[in-house]
Write a protein that binds this ligand. Structure first.
Ligand code: SAM
Length: 319
């Protein structure tokens, strides 16, 4: 088990897309305004997490860029001593407008989730006609040096597998870091897609058969479980995240906090600690810090379970 130094903060349970593998079928009960932590409360919790050893925070959602005044939160986090990196995972729909302000506020880098390079297919996967917007946001981020920018793709059989090679090609000329994430079954809606899973091994073979050898790549030590390779003469790199066919529990260094103050030591264990009553019930940071240290210490016990009918709401917990 790696040292837990990376926290994913889901800042909202709302999203402006409706992706086929993520958003639940049934209309969800969204959190009320009062249930959601205020930015000051999030920042206070993060400050304590940093005291307990967290060094990197990734903002996710829902969709972090639809959260009102998200720039304010980034500024608050930037003031925390000891926090070395603030990054974000976004669908990129609002990136074009917000990229300069994000950079100015101190966001270090951004990952954009993008499952297709085709306009009409984007609409079918996400329910929204926003491909051009997302692509412009990506270009804008590169222009203003919000780098390295990583693209996250879930390759799915019969849905976008004919684009695996096109995505891999983006690493050649343009220097993108493209990461193929294995689909995993999270809720009732995603159940229908189980047969669409393409194991990383297969994605890798498809790329090799069309574009040649993939050499293991030296990447700056990242936060996650991705394993990186490079095509010959590529400026960028290709990563594989094998959450379904692989097992990276042994190296897991992350913990999750959602916008209602629930701490999840492991996505697969289903176990949540409710920190909101604590943060609202006491000004005593020492006590809160002891609780947080306790949660970080017991994380190793939360090993991946073989859950047959998982109910993980990625759309609110943030992947
Ligand atoms: N809205 C942001 C975005 O689109 O990146 C952040 C939240 S989204 C839930 C975070 C990541 O989870 C995305 O990269 C998405 O592709 C991934 N994700 C959601 N459902 C998934 C599933 N069933 N299997 C694998 N990855 C999933």
């Amino acid at each position: 088990m790696g040292k837990v130094d990376y926290l994913r903060l889901s800042v909202t349970d709302l999203c402006n897309l409706n992706c086929i593998y993520c958003t639940p079928l049934k209309k969800r009960q969204f959190l009320t305004h009062d249930e959601v932590l205020r930015y000051e409360e999030m920042a206070r919790l993060i400050q304590l997490f940093v005291k307990a050893g967290i060094r990197k925070v990734r903002l996710t959602g829902g969709e972090p860029l639809i959260k009102k005044n998200i720039i304010t939160l980034i500024r608050l986090l930037r003031e925390i001593n000891g926090l070395e990196e603030i990054s974000m995972t976004s669908n990129g729909v609002l990136l074009f407008q917000l990229a300069p302000a994000l950079k100015e506020a101190g966001l270090d880098r951004i990952n954009v989730s993008l499952d297709t390079l085709k306009k009409e297919r984007f609409r079918r996967i996400t329910g929204m006609d926003c491909f051009d917007q997302v692509w412009q946001g990506i270009q804008k981020s590169l222009q203003i040096n919000l780098k390295p920018l990583k693209l996250n793709i879930i390759p799915m059989r019969g849905i976008n597998d004919d684009e695996i090679v096109d995505f891999a090609r983006l690493t050649l000329e343009q220097g993108f870091i493209v990461r193929f994430i294995e689909f995993f079954h999270t809720n009732q809606r995603s159940k229908k897609l189980i047969s669409s899973l393409i194991p990383s091994r297969e994605t890798k073979n498809i790329i090799k058969s069309k574009l040649g050898e993939l050499k293991p790549a030296e990447m700056p030590k990242g936060n996650g479980p991705a394993v990186y390779y490079q095509l010959k003469d590529a400026k960028g790199a290709i990563g594989f995240i094998s959450g379904t066919t692989g097992n990276f529990c042994y190296s897991c260094n992350r913990i999750r906090l959602d916008c209602a103050g629930r701490i999840s030591p492991c996505l697969f264990s289903g176990c949540l600690y409710d920190a909101r009553p604590l943060i609202r019930g006491t000004q005593d940071d020492y006590r809160l810090l002891e609780d947080i240290k306790g949660i970080l210490n017991i994380k190793p016990r939360h090993v991946k379970l073989n859950i047959k009918e998982p109910q993980i709401e990625m759309s609110s917990l943030g992947g």
